[in-house]
Design a binder for this molecule. Structure first.
Ligand code: FAD
Length: 445
């Protein structure tokens, strides 16, 4: 069965590899990739010995140990990875606040701590008394869940930096299950100076020793790289009998990891209401800025959240050379800064890097003269934006694609808020279903 896999990020590569591991002849698979290299959002970049991840600092962790171990084994095994205990902070004025914020209240200035804990307790009591359901609006959800103090001091400013719009334009369905609720006693204790340890699950993560996070997708790709057509953007899919024609070439089966919002430009015959639903799926874009630092003396943080405007445009700063010493030459270190912008907007201009450095200097993370050089990578599709009505638009888009036999897969392929391990899990599940279909249809694998 001649199969086209559109996109060679971690989703497309993993699917191809699982199919081959399941016995599908390699020659039946054809991966189309627009970029000059594989890896998509998992790609990394090395400049003068400093390595960073192009779509924000990436770490490997998973609730599914088999998926994580598979990724590690594809990329050289455990010895090729550094294992680190996650250390994250929020920069708040000149305080380092433990993460999550409600577990670090005692790190805040006293009056802010008081405001936050009072708000948290009021919200807790209001929820318990009224038995109210979680509001569907994200701004209301934050107040309902965390109270007005945490809303004002952290959640609103931080989330506005991430989402680049008023929080009331967003729904709350995406946070369900993602933000575990801390017991009230724990938050009260945290406010008094006793933090709950082991609060953050997935506290240990892995990162490749060399090559950045991309070493993982490079490793997965080795088994299928001969079938990847690089620099080959897919521009047209037309129906052809039971299958599809991809830019003039016939295939029995098509799996798409391309951003679903772009498919109306590519796939012929999408009904108008489905095309509208696809186009209205929103996303945010990202600039990742590497700052090469002339010193290896850094705090042992993994990353730091930067919620406030005076800290500059970056929302997160990753201490990328703490992930692996291989990410910086001896005597140096790398800071990787993330700045989001609206997918329907303009990329920030060249002044961005200067603004980021100035913000970090004001926040006390560096001094300008420590920066040896900078490098910037932009990614168009980085964050799914959960505007109201998102679930309905997504469901309608996926249902139509599946009904015509174009199988959507991946972070923007299905608009699933997936990390790379979850992309691998989804690819493993799809491969298993396809392999079963093959054997039921009497095809040899
Ligand atoms: C800021 C940020 C931080 C993250 N942190 C982590 C983390 O710490 N850990 C983690 O595991 N995950 C993390 N992720 C998520 C992870 O990057 C993604 O889940 C994963 O890379 C998505 O893989 P994918 O293959 O589904 O999509 P993509 O990587 O987007 O792959 C799609 C591929 O399709 C190609 N393509 C697009 N259009 C066309 C076309 N017309 N024709 C042909 N090819 C095309 C693209 O070039 C790309 O290679 C993070 C993501 C972001 C944005």
């Amino acid at each position: 069965m001649k199969t086209a896999i559109l996109g060679a990020g971690v989703s497309g590569l993993s699917l191809a590899r699982f199919l081959v591991e399941g016995g599908v002849p390699l020659g039946e698979l054809h991966l189309f990739e627009a970029a000059a290299e594989v890896g998509g959002l998992c790609r990394s970049k090395t400049v003068d010995g400093f390595t960073y991840d192009r779509a924000g600092g990436h770490i490997l962790y998973s609730k599914d140990a088999a998926a994580r171990d598979w990724m590690i084994s594809c990329a050289g095994g455990p010895d090729a990875f550094v294992e680190t205990a996650r250390q994250t902070r929020i920069r708040f004025g000149d305080c380092w606040v433990h993460y999550p914020f409600e577990n670090g209240l005692c790190d805040l200035p006293a009056e802010v701590n008081k405001e936050c804990i009072e708000g948290y307790i009021s919200a807790y009591e209001a929820r318990s008394e009224s038995g109210s359901e979680a509001p569907s609006d994200f701004d209301a959800w934050v107040r309902w869940r965390f109270g007005d103090g945490i809303h004002a001091h952290f959640m609103r400013p931080y989330n506005e930096k991430i989402w680049k719009r008023s929080l009331s334009e967003l729904g709350s369905s995406w946070v369900a299950g993602r933000v575990p609720e801390a017991p009230l006693e724990d938050v009260v204790k945290a406010s008094q100076g006793v933090r709950t340890e082991g609060y953050v699950h997935q506290s240990i993560f892995h990162y490749p020793e060399t090559g950045g996070f991309q070493a993982i997708t490079d490793g997965i790709a080795t088994a299928v790289i001969s079938q990847v057509r690089l620099n080959t953007p897919v521009t047209q899919l037309t129906r052809h009998g039971e299958g599809w024609r991809v830019d003039g070439e016939d295939f029995d089966l098509v799996i798409s990891t391309l951003p679903m919002d772009e498919l109306p430009r590519i796939i012929e015959g999408i009904p108008a209401e489905v095309a509208a639903a696809m186009r209205e799926l929103s996303y945010n874009s990202l600039s990742s800025i590497l700052l090469a630092i002339d010193s290896d003396e850094q705090p042992d943080f993994s990353w730091v959240y930067m919620p406030h405007e005076e800290q500059g445009p970056a929302n997160r700063v990753t201490y990328i050379s703490n992930y692996s010493p291989g990410n910086a030459p001896a005597g140096g270190s790398g800071l990787q800064c993330e700045v989001n912008w609206r997918g329907d907007g303009q990329a920030p201009g060249e002044e961005l890097t200067g603004e980021v450095i100035a913000g970090l200097e004001r926040a006390g993370l560096l001094t300008k003269d420590q920066v040896l050089f900078s490098d910037r990578s932009d990614e168009g599709h980085a964050y799914i934006v959960y505007t109201h009505g998102f679930e309905e638009r997504r469901r309608r888009s996926i249902d139509w694609l599946e009904s015509v036999g174009v199988l959507p897969l991946g972070r923007f392929g299905r608009y699933d808020y997936h990390n790379s391990d979850q992309c691998v899990i989804a690819a493993r599940e799809l491969a298993a279903a396809l392999l079963e279909r093959r054997s039921a249809g009497g095809q040899e694998t």
